[in-house]
Design a protein around this ligand. Structure first.
Ligand code: FES
Length: 111
């Protein structure tokens, strides 16, 4: 059983500016975690709830990446309005936001 009803991971990985994949930090992820927390509270997201910074989630080209677990849905979020939509529609109303979803993140590498 999951410890949290929702556990969100915002990628804040940083790479050199000339890296071919870029990074979520260079795409503006830096200030977004505070907004995630604020908008989750504003929306009344069900708890227990937690949001954390993360390293690379392997969807770099589509970043900034916000992953919603336990559902395993990846979103590209760039501003408060988009984050507010994910908090309200996914966390509160329980439906994926297709306009913001990263549809086909790379398959996970075998361990
Ligand atoms: S750098 Fe954010 S998903 Fe890879």
């Amino acid at each position: 059983m999951s410890r949290y009803r929702y556990h969100l991971f915002l990628c804040t990985n940083e790479r050199p500016s000339d890296h071919p994949r870029g990074s979520c930090l260079s795409r503006g992820a830096g200030p977004l975690l505070d907004i995630v927390k604020e908008e989750a509270v504003r929306a009344g997201a069900p708890g227990p709830f937690r949001s954390n910074r993360s390293g690379c989630l392997d969807a770099c080209e589509d970043g900034p990446v916000l992953a919603v677990y336990p559902d395993g849905v990846y979103y590209r979020v760039t501003n408060r309005e988009e984050i507010a939509r994910v908090m309200k529609e996914h966390l509160v109303e329980g439906r994926v936001v297709p306009e913001l979803q990263i549809p086909n993140p790379r398959p996970a590498r075998p361990s």
